[in-house]
Design a protein around this ligand. Sequence first.
Ligand SMILES: Nc1ncnc2c1ncn2[C@@H]1O[C@H](COP(=O)(O)OP(=O)(O)OP(=O)(O)O)[C@@H](O)[C@H]1O
Ligand SMILES: [Mg+2]
Length: 251
Amino acid sequence: MPLLEIKNLHVEVEGKKILNGLTLTIKKGQVAAIMGPNGSGKSTLAYVLAGKANYHVTEGDVLLDGASILEMKPDERAAKGVFLAFQYPVEVPGVATMTFLRTALNAQRKTRGEGELSTPEFMKLVRDTSAHLGVNQEMLRRPVNVGFSGGEKKRNEILQMAILRPRLAVLDETDSGLDIDALQIVAEGVNRLRSPERSMIVITHYQRLLNFIVPDVVHVLAKGRVVKTGGKELALELEAKGYAQYVDEAA
Ligand SMILES: Nc1ncnc2c1ncn2[C@@H]1O[C@H](COP(=O)(O)OP(=O)(O)OP(=O)(O)O)[C@@H](O)[C@H]1O
Ligand SMILES: [Mg+2]
């Protein structure tokens, strides 16, 4: 059974139809890249998967392990292993990054009927994980994303993913705003988490990222649905020719 099945999904936001019969399957262990023009619905898809409020599914279904998640609240989905790294990471004033990570991890463990990690266990986990991602101790003491540079915010999203170890990670333009060194660090962080037990949806505009995170499959979104699926070479073709051909087909 695939990890994720999106079937004929239609979604409206504020009365505006944004996803338009989107069908997409993600296999266990698969890394799928999603590309597509601005406004094609990529972030909307990410939000719908995470369960954000005000995104109304008017038709279709989203199945995780064969069961619909549409009635589940965001925290239930997170406990089931759905993780979203935001295109624009949210600032959480007053909550230290370390505290945020610990609260999120323990909440998910609790929902799954697992015990909380002890303080030393948690500290060790964060120390080991953050070192790989170039996130220093000083950042961990600061409020979540407050005053972080664009690149630091993106690294912090990957740190969250590495701590939470989701089964389905959706990374929305995690490469935007990263310098070349940070891009490599983030890509290594993602690659380290590749596993037969974990699937990833990597939303990006740039083929460059896909040199570092080599996808198993590339899907093109236009006007709220998947209009083309191919191998990693599809990203190269898009870079060379642009989206015009697919956008016209979707019209
Ligand atoms: N809250 C909202 N109210 C009205 N329209 C919205 C809302 N959210 C998204 N949209 C519209 O839905 C469309 C898809 O937006 P979305 O953010 O999913 O695109 P995207 O593919 O992620 O684009 P980008 O590549 O620029 O990030 C856009 O036309 C956008 O203006
Ligand atoms: Mg977007």
